[in-house]
Design a protein around this ligand. Structure first.
Ligand SMILES: NC(=O)c1ccc[n+]([C@@H]2O[C@H](COP(=O)([O-])OP(=O)(O)OC[C@H]3O[C@@H](n4cnc5c(N)ncnc54)[C@H](O)[C@@H]3O)[C@@H](O)[C@H]2O)c1
Length: 264
């Protein structure tokens, strides 16, 4: 190469030709997953219930937007089939959409718990069933990646409506690996810690840090490394899991190291 000649753009390309669906991709971790997977060469379909934010993310990242409520099984099936038709199939599902509800378990309205289960458990089941139907038809396996939470193994006080469906989603991940492994379908998950997103806003971080007599940085970096973990760290971890062909039924904890959340 002569001096002055430009180097070609560096693209890892590990997911070149792969079609990926990311649910809840208009914000936070899902948006970062869409960005990181696109950069790795994948064709990414982003699904979200928030249409304006979805359109903005799609324009920003060159992904295809599909407005979809993951708690509506019929709509999920329709949208997944549309993605497969529009983009030439499906290889990877990142089942990410979720939100955090609070309330003391002995007092909270039953409806709140049911609503959280609809999103934080059944939303994953709806997406996974729609994906498995497509994977099976294609006959070339597939990969399902769950955004769980370290709450699934280390429940927080008054976070039952969030942590309990997350624990069930961890069990769901194992069940998919168990029941569909022989079809070449892998199922894995990530247990993230505190991540600055639409779910954990700057204001919430300040309030929680104050309640513990900490600075926001100390609160967010409250792990063995003493560093804040970001949405892009989680997205990178999903990318690695997507590319590790022999990893199945695994949970990767990405929280800087917290003994109470580490698996045993
Ligand atoms: N932020 C954290 O600290 C943290 C930690 C561990 C796990 N998680 C998990 O990460 C995932 C993403 O959360 P985030 O922190 O990026 O939050 P976020 O609020 O920034 O993003 C969640 C996205 O999901 C979408 N969504 C909500 N309900 C939906 C529905 N019914 N159908 C389709 N889309 C829907 C929202 O519109 C939003 O765009 C969640 O499953 C959450 O439980 C977050």
């Amino acid at each position: 190469m002569t001096s002055g000649e430009e180097l070609p753009e560096q693209r890892p390309g590990g997911l070149l030709g792969k079609v990926v669906i990311v649910t809840g991709a208009a914000s936070g971790i899902g948006r970062e997953v869409a960005r990181v997977f696109s950069r790795a060469g994948a064709a990414v379909a982003i699904l979200d219930i928030n249409e304006p934010a979805l359109a903005e993310t799609a324009a920003e990242q060159g992904c295809r937007p599909y407005c979809c409520d993951v708690t509506d099984a019929a709509s999920v099936t329709t949208v997944f089939e549309a993605v497969a038709a529009d983009m030439g199939g499906l290889d990877i599902l990142v089942s990410n959409a979720g939100s955090a509800q609070q309330g003391a378990i002995g007092d909270l309205p039953m409806e709140d718990l049911r609503r959280s289960f609809e999103l934080n458990f059944f939303g994953h089941q709806n997406a996974c069933q729609a994906a498995v139907r497509i994977f099976r038809r294609q006959g070339r396996g597939g990969s399902i990646l769950f955004n769980i939470s370290n709450q699934s193994v280390n429940p927080g006080k008054d976070f039952g409506p969030y942590g309990i469906p997350k624990a069930a989603t961890l069990a769901l991940m194992k069940q998919y690996a168990l029941d569909h492994g022989r079809e070449g379908i892998r199922a894995n998950g990530i247990n993230a810690g505190r991540i600055r997103t639409g779910l954990m806003t700057g204001q919430m971080i300040v309030e929680r840090a104050n309640a513990r007599g900490m600075t926001p940085h100390e609160y967010m970096a409250g792990n063995l490394l003493g560093v804040e973990v970001t949405a892009s760290d989680i997205a990178d971890a999903f990318l690695h899991l997507a590319q590790m062909d022999k990893v199945n039924a695994a949970v990767l904890t990405v929280d800087g190291g917290v003994i109470a959340t580490s698996l045993r």
